[in-house]
Design a protein around this ligand. Structure first.
Ligand code: HEC
Ligand code: HEC
Length: 246
């Protein structure tokens, strides 16, 4: 399974970034005409180095967009990185000493942003592979107990509040990397971890096909997550069922 390594220098600057994040609190105590305003957007500048301006990322490379994702989803991920259910040295170091309440504020800040998306990546795989990917996303594979991705991520694939993320506007390498992390046990969600089950039922070729199709799709006019659904999910998912639980 393809994993994309993160340049080490990013990791090494994280501590400095974390110190910068913490320093903003202290700075706010001494107002000064030259002081940068102590807003959440200003404090979150450290995140934009990797996640792009205001957290909107690009459609290539590896860094995921965070702007506009469902608030509970973002909050759950920040807890997962801090507490070791997701592995990324840079992210973990940055969040190590932050409280649940501050992580909730960070999640609400990014969830509240409604920003334009970058253009999708042109697909680099043959049409039959794209067609296989599209079929998995739209219909799944009932014979193998693989529900359609749309059944949980929303008909428009822009996610469903409060805790299911959208799947459009993410780099193909990132999508493949996450499914790989679930297959190998590097990424966990709150139990029952439905994505872990789904990722293990798909072959590497199927993951690549679905990711290639998803990464090539243009965003719909409204990119906001769909409202919470009364429909039960085709598999039980912990972070969804439990709302904001860990
Ligand atoms: C050194 C680069 C770097 C910095 C700085 C950084 N991140 Fe990340 N972040 C990443 C990478 C890489 C991932 C994906 C990790 C993985 O493979 O799971 C990620 C993932 C995330 C995710 C999960 C996204 C998703 O769709 O599941 C969230 C939320 C997030 N970061 C928030 C933040 C916030 C908030 C900050 C600033 C406080 C920040 N990041 C700073 C590199 C960074
Ligand atoms: C039963 C419901 C369900 C189905 C079906 C489902 N997902 Fe998910 N998916 C989730 C939930 C819930 C999360 C959030 C998990 C977490 O909190 O880490 C998620 C997260 C993801 C993520 C992480 C996104 C990010 O920003 O890091 C990817 C990638 C993903 N799903 C891909 C897929 C694909 C591809 C399919 C279809 C083959 C699929 N999912 C089918 C419920 C589902």
């Amino acid at each position: 399974m393809q994993r994309v390594s993160i340049p080490h220098f990013f990791v090494s600057i994280c501590l400095a970034l974390w110190l910068a994040l913490a320093a903003f609190g202290a700075q706010a105590a001494e107002p000064d005409a030259r002081t940068v305003p102590d807003t959440m957007a200003q404090r979150m500048m450290a995140c934009t180095l990797c996640h792009g301006a205001q957290g909107r990322a690009t459609s290539s490379g590896y860094f995921p967009r965070i702007a506009g994702k469902p608030a509970d989803y973002l909050y759950n991920q920040l807890l997962h990185f801090r507490d070791g259910r997701r592995q990324n040295e840079g992210m973990t170091r940055l969040l190590d000493n932050l409280s649940d309440a501050y992580l909730r504020d960070i999640a609400e800040h990014f969830a509240g942003l409604d920003l334009p998306y970058p253009s999708p990546q042109p697909p680099a795989v043959p049409a039959d592979v794209l067609a296989r990917g599209e079929a998995l996303v739209r219909q799944g594979d009932a014979g193998r107990d693989i529900p359609a991705c749309m059944a949980c991520h929303g008909e428009a694939l822009t996610g469903v509040n409060p805790a299911v993320p959208g799947l459009l506007g993410l780099p193909r390498d990132y999508l493949i990397g996450q499914m790989g992390a679930w297959r190998t046990g590097l990424r966990h969600a709150s139990p029952p971890d439905c994505m872990g089950q789904i990722a293990k039922r798909l072959s590497a070729d199927e993951v690549s096909a679905a990711a290639s199709w998803l990464a090539a799709q243009a965003l719909p006019a409204s990119t906001r997550p769909a409202p919470a659904s009364a429909q039960p999910m085709p598999l039980k998912c912990g972070s969804h069922a439990a709302g904001v639980s860990q």
